[in-house]
Design a protein around this ligand. Sequence first.
Ligand code: 13P
Length: 261
Amino acid sequence: MARTPLMAGNWKMNLDHLEAAALVQRLYWELQDANFDYSKVEVVVLPPFTDLRSTQTVTDADSMHIKYGAQDVSTHPDGAYTGEISARMLAKLGCSYVVVGHSERRQYHGETDQEVGQKALAAFGGEMVPIICVGEPLPVRKSGEHVAYTLAQLDGVFAELSGELARDAVVAYEPVWAIGTGEVATADDAEEVCAAIRVRLGELFGGDVSQRVRVLYGGSVKASNVAGIMAQPNVDGALVGGASLDAAEFARICRFHDHVA
Ligand code: 13P
């Protein structure tokens, strides 16, 4: 089955709502200038919560094909959870995607696989697609246990989801040692774990689900290395941090088809 590649820009805690509007507009122009074909590559930006309304306004005004989503969601539908944001609130702002279980949330906020699974469930409840992040820290990579570690995270998260839901999820493999470090995993490293993720999804939910779910790679992706990563059979896209804050660079990443691997 052909899986449409997905290029998602995770802005993390950068840009206020005015800067966000400007960046989305610039990205749109960059892609427009290049006659970008959105039917071949899905383009998504993931701004901070406070930028979502401006992002919605700008994308709606010009009927852009750029989609957007949030970087986190509460497991709770509503209630006394100060500081949290529910799936319904995000859906109302037109979000298509929600990142769940990013390593920075796991590391600084102690999120467990079970909680990440519940967040994925909450995203589905709001008819949004969760981008479920998994990936090993450096000591695990050095010990050679990176596949087992990442698959254990995957098992823990997907234990919360039925096959009916799992088939529409997106998984992002982000080795922690490659995030924001400039240390990009080789295309073979990315393929090794992304392929193992697909095999495990097949074991859990069957071949239909595993062939359908998009598996992204994330960690120091740039225009200069994206083509080699995207040439791998089990890599269906990229979750891009730093490089997504530069409209021209992110547009070049989205146009990976134009590069020679
Ligand atoms: P960088 O692309 O800045 O390494 O960040 C990757 C990431 O964490 C995306 O979610």
